[in-house]
Ligand binder design. Structure first.
Ligand SMILES: C/C=C/C(=O)SCCNC(=O)CCNC(=O)[C@H](O)C(C)(C)COP(=O)(O)OP(=O)(O)OC[C@H]1O[C@@H](n2cnc3c(N)ncnc32)[C@H](O)[C@@H]1OP(=O)(O)O
Length: 258
């Protein structure tokens, strides 16, 4: 079974992470599959909106940490970076249904989406500092815009989990639903776009986001600045220790890192 399920239904392209035994942690192959789906979404007139969801109890545990160690993203063509550019550049509505854990890019991707629905059990985490890393997906720009500087700083500097109610109060999600209603509600919201005039929907989103050819320039510029720092930190001792510790199921030891 594919680890990213892609299906066009009633004008909505469903992109569903399907690796529940690993909490839907995203591998290179999964980003590549999602990127193909985004290319279809951008060019296929039958796609009126995109729904992003996860199978099982979690939305996604973020980037696969084994992949970060063995195949760190390098250059603009890296699948994860292409994935982030698709999120920033698509001029059709992006709708999300997030339950359980939404870690790292599982939370930062929400900042690019238009309608974000969360289950009442959702837990959001921006653990970059704990991983020896820094923010990505232009979250260092977008989270202060969404939530205000102090709240963004608390979430990005301390990296502690926050729940659906807090995400709602921060403006990161549109609505919190009981888990059993989440997917059905999000799909119904996404399908509304099939009944609206597509040029008007796209024009409205382009205006809301300030979209150019590839995406909003300030967002793309921030992604590039973050990527340079992120890639340097990913090769440094703190990140390697944090990720090895996670995979070896032990606490990290940063005592020798100055
Ligand atoms: C550009 C993008 C950047 C980013 O996204 S940075 C963020 C990267 N992600 C993380 O740091 C999250 C790491 N995962 C966790 O912290 C925990 O997991 C959770 C809090 C999400 C869930 O905890 P629990 O419910 O105790 O589950 P479990 O036993 O830790 O995970 C179940 C299986 O899934 C694997 N797994 C979970 N997340 C990842 C990951 N991100 N990369 C690789 N594997 C992951 C585990 O190792 C384990 O596997 P096994 O059953 O074989 O022991």
């Amino acid at each position: 079974m594919s680890q990213v399920l892609v299906e066009l239904r009633s004008g909505v392209l469903h992109i569903v992470f399907n690796r529940p035994e690993k909490k839907n942690a995203l591998t290179l192959a999964m980003y590549e599959a999602a990127n193909e789906a985004f290319e279809r979404a951008a060019t296929d007139a039958d796609v009126k909106a995109v729904l992003i969801a996860g199978e099982g109890g979690s939305f996604t545990a973020g980037n696969d940490l084994q992949d970060f160690l063995s195949a760190p993203p390098q250059g603009e063509e890296a699948p994860v970076l292409q994935f982030l550019r698709h999120l920033a550049g698509l001029d059709k509505p992006l709708v999300v249904a997030a339950q359980g854990f939404a870690v790292g890019v599982g939370t930062t991707l929400l900042m690019h989406c238009d309608l974000v629905y969360a289950a009442d059990d959702a837990q959001f985490v921006l653990p970059f500092v704990h991983l020896g890393l820094c923010p990505e997906a232009a979250s260092s720009l977008l989270l202060p815009q969404i939530a205000g500087y102090q709240r963004a700083a608390e979430k990005l500097l301390l990296g502690e989990p926050f729940d659906a109610a807090e995400a709602l109060s921060m403006g990161l999600v549109n609505r919190v639903l009981p888990i059993e209603n989440l997917r059905e509600f999000a799909v119904a919201q996404a399908e509304k776009f099939s009944r609206l005039p597509a040029p008007s929907v796209r024009a409205t989103k382009r205006l809301l986001k300030g979209l150019g050819d590839q995406g909003p320039q300030a967002v793309l510029a921030r992604m590039r600045s973050e990527e340079a720092v992120f890639q340097a930190l990913l090769g440094a001792p703190a990140a390697r220790e944090a990720m090895m510790a996670f995979l070896q199921k032990r606490k990290p030891d940063f005592s020798s890192i100055t």
